[in-house]
Ligand binder design. Structure first.
Ligand SMILES: *Cc1c(COP(=O)(O)O)cnc(C)c1O
Length: 442
């Protein structure tokens, strides 16, 4: 991939050149990966600050190091805003990512060999909810015994009645579940939170809502209100529809505050990426101010993009349910190739997506290397200010690559042209610098 390195200086120059080239590429691309976003310049400023060089073990005001005055001020802001945005009595903003937040919840609510119920990966589940045999965090790291929800593929949702039957039979086998995980990586429609909370209560089990993807939509007051609907913990990533830095958080109730705090520190971290905590505080502040509008526009755009692709013959799934109620959609591309081939073709045109398993892929003998689908999300393009009419242009560009097999180099040039007008982050307090501007501080 690279020629061998002749010296430290050579390596240094190559890394910095790659960083600059990456920025040049992203500026001219259509970033459509549903789990990513571009944060505001203020979040990037926090990420470049000295906070990232410090330790602040322990809780705000009770640190085990000196020098934490300003770190404490900022983390206190993040906590106050997080509780407000997610209607929670308690939030811990120290988990360094969504997976760590899930692991913290697993360790508070279950012991090794206890039963956890989650979605399979083809029905949207995340690897951190998965079985030992797949290397999933719940099974392989916490040693939980993972069972999967019966799934209503037709409506792309958890089948609550069949889940009740499954749980009854698990109980009869002496294996009552301890944790129900809701939330997903392919998350098109709200999950049946109230119903699962009700069911969990009868077994004295806990409900963990993994809102990694939809935290920004929830902060904006759309999608669903997991804490309000009674889940025990709401884990999240802070960098998907919530356009903060890559980090995690876990919102919950006061009665679980102490065990969650202990699970996060000392259990799962020593330093907790304090530059990212500052970025999260800023993202939460932006969410409070701007997300009712941003989140609404994300969903408007994803419905518009889905519709425009569908009208161009591209098989966006769940048309009869309006395609999506979130930032993302799932597309069956098997008319044109497999998900891997289509992902590569789009990449050649600078349209960045990821291949994805479809709910029925396993039955068709397809696996994650060459699945039948791609997944795309509108949160980043929306953050750059694109609206419904731009979604039609995006659909047309995608069609040129997927359906018409046009020369990707030509499409790439058209994308660079379209992107010229969308170089600043919207829905934030200040955007003096461009979204993908490469900031040199050497
Ligand atoms: C992205 C994702 C996560 C966590 O990812 P991190 O990179 O660890 O923040 C967790 N759960 C779901 C459902 C996800 O999609």
């Amino acid at each position: 991939m690279v020629n061998s390195l002749s010296s430290g200086r050579d390596a240094y120059n190559r890394v910095l050149t790659s960083l600059e080239n990456h920025h040049e590429m992203v500026k001219k691309s259509l970033p459509l990966i549903a789990s990513e976003n571009v944060p505001s310049p203020a979040v990037r400023e926090a990420m470049a600050s000295d906070f990232g060089n410090r330790y602040a073990e322990g809780w705000v005001g009770e640190r085990v190091y000196a020098g934490c005055k300003h770190l404490d001020e900022v983390e206190a802001v993040a906590i106050e805003l997080g509780k407000k945005l997610f209607h929670a009595e308690f939030i811990d903003v120290r988990p360094v990512s969504g997976v760590f937040a899930n692991l913290a919840a697993y360790s508070v609510f279950a012991n090794p060999s206890d039963v956890l119920i989650s979605c399979t990966i083809p029905t949207g589940g995340h690897i951190s909810h998965s079985k030992k045999a797949l290397g999933g965090t719940a099974g392989a790291i916490r040693d939980l015994d993972v069972y999967n929800y019966p799934f209503d593929e037709e409506n792309f949702t958890i089948d609550v009645d069949k889940t009740a039957q499954l749980v009854r039979s698990l109980k009869d086998q002496g294996k009552p579940p301890k944790i129900f995980v809701l939330g997903a990586s392919v998350f098109l429609f709200p999950h049946p939170v109230k119903e699962i909370v009700e069911l969990a209560k009868t077994y004295d089990a806990k409900v963990v809502y993994d809102g990694a993807h939809v935290a920004g939509l929830i902060a904006g007051g759309i999608f669903q209100d997991p804490i309000g609907d009674g889940v025990d913990a709401f884990t999240m990533s802070t960098h998907k529809t919530l356009a903060g830095p890559q980090h995690g958080a876990i919102a919950s109730w006061l009665k679980y505050a102490e065990p969650i705090k202990r699970a996060v520190f000392p259990g799962l971290s020593s330093n907790h990426h304090l530059h990212a905590v500052a970025g999260v505080a800023i993202a939460f502040a932006e969410a409070l101010e701007f997300y009712p509008e941003y989140a609404r526009n994300i969903v408007i755009n994803s419905k518009a993009l889905a519709q425009a692709l569908y009208e161009r013959g591209i098989n966006v799934l769940y048309e009869k349910k309006g395609f999506t109620e979130s930032h993302m959609m799932i597309i069956d591309v098997t008319k044109y190739g497999n998900g891997f081939e289509i992902e590569k073709r789009l990449e050649d045109a600078n349209i960045i997506v990821n291949r994805n398993l479809l709910p029925y892929d396993k039955r068709m003998g397809r696996d994650y290397k060459a699945p039948g689908g791609i997944r795309i999300g509108t949160q980043e393009l929306t953050h750059l200010g694109m609206n419904k009419s731009h979604m039609v242009e995006v659909a047309e560009l995608m069609k040129k690559v997927i359906v018409d097999n046009e020369d990707p180099v030509k499409v790439k040039a058209e994308i660079a042209e379209l992107r010229k007008d969308f170089q600043k982050v919207k829905y934030c307090f200040s955007s003096v610098h461009d979204a993908y501007e490469y900031v040199k501080i050497r």
